[in-house]
Design a protein around this ligand. Structure first.
Ligand code: DC
Length: 247
């Protein structure tokens, strides 16, 4: 049992840097890490694998309840398995990216995955001193009681350039064009189920448009360490120390 368990919930649109920043923050603080988007992607993968109709609400909701998912919460090795198959790389392909919004907009799916996410957060608080959990509704629906709730934002221009570089190795005009659909259409579809461009009440906004990756990680650490005032935690909590972790 840890004395001061910590949950850091990080939300943000595609290309805001939330996955890589969250993972680094978790490593830096010695906490577990959960990529909730990977859970929706895993379900989309399974739906395709089994040839189910993503539009069939009841069938997809049942698939979510049955999903034999194992997701690692180690920030150094974030693997995803479904029914024993390692799909860590497969779920990042366009085949999955272009279909995931369809399953993520199913409210019964969201209820099931949110409940699994809460269980993982609770387990990490007991076993690892806490967790950095990231995803679209994490600050508002899944973990509204997290010690720190942060919305990473970035201008559309910055988000497009980052994702184009990630996917195509450059931010030249053709790469930007090829990426636009992924960023803009998916954000629009996803915004139908959760708002993530404006921080909700009590959520601290961190704009990373002009920040490098390292500066973005530092900006989040500054919020957690109380160097930036946080409406959620006026009384700063003590970060878990090595000694707490051993107890
Ligand atoms: O963050 P990502 O691109 O890996 O997310 C994959 C999809 O899942 C995307 O359509 C947003 C959706 N998602 C969601 O609806 N709720 C979450 N907590 C996380 C992701």
């Amino acid at each position: 049992m840890h004395r001061n368990p910590l949950t850091i919930a990080i939300d943000g649109p595609s290309g805001s840097g939330k996955s890589s920043v969250s993972k680094s923050v978790a490593r830096e603080l010695g906490l577990a890490y959960l990529d909730t988007g990977a859970m929706y992607r895993a379900l989309a993968w399974w739906v395709l694998e089994r040839g189910l109709d993503p539009q069939d609400h009841a069938v997809i909701a049942q698939a979510a309840r049955d999903l034999p998912l194992e997701i690692s919460t180690d920030p150094g090795e974030a693997t995803v398995r479904v029914d024993g198959t390692d799909i860590t790389t497969d779920i990042r392909t366009t085949r999955i990216s272009s279909r995931v919004s369809a399953v993520a907009s199913n409210l019964d799916v969201r209820a099931e995955l949110a409940s699994r996410q809460r269980a993982l957060i609770t387990q990490a608080r007991t076993e690892h001193g806490g967790m950095v959990a990231e995803g679209r509704d994490i600050t508002t629906v899944v973990a509204p009681d997290a010690e720190h709730r942060i919305l990473l934002t970035a201008s559309e221009e910055a988000r497009l350039a980052r994702r184009a570089t990630e996917l195509h190795g450059s931010a030249a005009a053709e790469a930007l064009d090829a990426t636009k659909d992924q960023i803009i259409r998916r954000d629009r579809d996803d915004a139908a189920v959760s708002a993530f461009f404006e921080p909700a009440k009590g959520v601290v906004g961190v704009d990373t448009s002009d920040l490098s990756f390292e500066q973005s990680v530092q900006a989040v650490l500054d919020v957690v360490r109380g160097k930036v005032s946080t409406p959620t935690s006026p009384l700063q909590r003590t970060l878990p120390t090595e000694r707490d972790r051993e107890t």
